[in-house]
Design a protein around this ligand. Structure first.
Ligand code: AP5
Length: 224
């Protein structure tokens, strides 16, 4: 199965993608995670994108398209993948189509999470993760079972993303509206776009996404 999860910053793409990995045995391709790994490793790419990333602007299409094509060609993607954070511009969407056609692949569904901007700021401002194992938490919606201790690995070392400050979040939302939202009509025209209410509790969003994917596997997906 090959899926795109679309939505503004904080819409819940990463949260749902991680769940789909377990459920369908396919890989999550988060371009944001790839960039964060490149920055953490201090690679030339990481240094090149750091300033743009931290300001909340988009890294260039050329870099992102090359990065995702290299990743999709790796053997672990053969069973399928969830694109989380890509494409983010119409140029990236067109390049993805061309690249998949070149490799004889096709998309099964494009799922857009619809959310309210005010809620996004609250979600992003409260988000943190375990520095050791990467498990994500939220100050209000998903606290560790024992305060200050990761549920999974027991570490007490937590981190926040560098682009989760008020200035960068506001820029990320502007960038989403200007450059990423135009992708929705692009996929709607192709008849593969499904919108899901991302304001519902995580478990309800999951049920709605599973409904879309079950329709896909039965071959009855229609655009909405
Ligand atoms: P990226 O890492 O992709 O960030 P983003 O799109 O801004 O998305 P987020 O990771 O912030 O949010 P999410 O939708 O995954 O929400 P989450 O599940 O964490 O990109 C970062 C940067 O990298 C970009 O700004 C850009 O610079 C660069 N970049 C990446 N890809 C690029 C590309 N293709 N082209 C160019 N540049 C690129 O949820 C958020 C919080 O809400 C969590 O705490 C979660 O627990 C909570 N939550 C989730 N769902 C719910 C719910 N239903 N109810 C209540 N709380 C919820």
């Amino acid at each position: 199965m090959r899926i795109i999860l679309l939505g503004p910053p904080g819409a819940g793409k990463g949260t749902q993608a991680k769940r789909l990995v377990d459920k369908y045995g396919i890989v999550q391709l988060s371009t944001g995670d790839m960039l964060r790994e490149a920055m953490a490793s201090g690679s030339a790419l990481g240094q090149q994108v750091k300033q743009t990333y931290e300001a909340g602007r988009l890294v260039s299409d050329d870099i992102m398209i090359r990065m995702i094509e290299d990743r999709i060609m790796q053997p672990d993607c053969a069973r399928g993948f969830i694109l989380d954070g890509f494409p983010r511009t119409v140029a990236q969407a067109e390049a993805l189509d061309a690249m998949m056609a070149r490799h004889g692949l096709s998309l099964d569904a494009v799922i857009a999470l619809k959310v309210d901007e005010k809620a996004l700021i609250e979600r992003i401002a409260g988000r943190f993760s375990c520095k050791v194992c990467g498990t994500g938490y939220h100050e209000t919606f998903h606290r560790p079972k024992t305060d200050g201790k990761c549920d999974i690995c027991g570490s007490s070392d937590f981190i926040r993303r560098k682009d989760d400050n008020a200035t960068a979040v506001s820029e990320r939302l502007n960038v989403y509206n200007a450059q990423t939202a135009p992708i929705l009509p692009y996929y709607a025209k192709k008849g593969c776009l499904k919108q899901v209410d991302g304001m519902a509790p995580v478990a309800d969003v999951a049920v709605a996404i599973d409904g879309v994917l079950s329709a896909v596997t039965q071959g009855v997906l229609h655009g909405s």
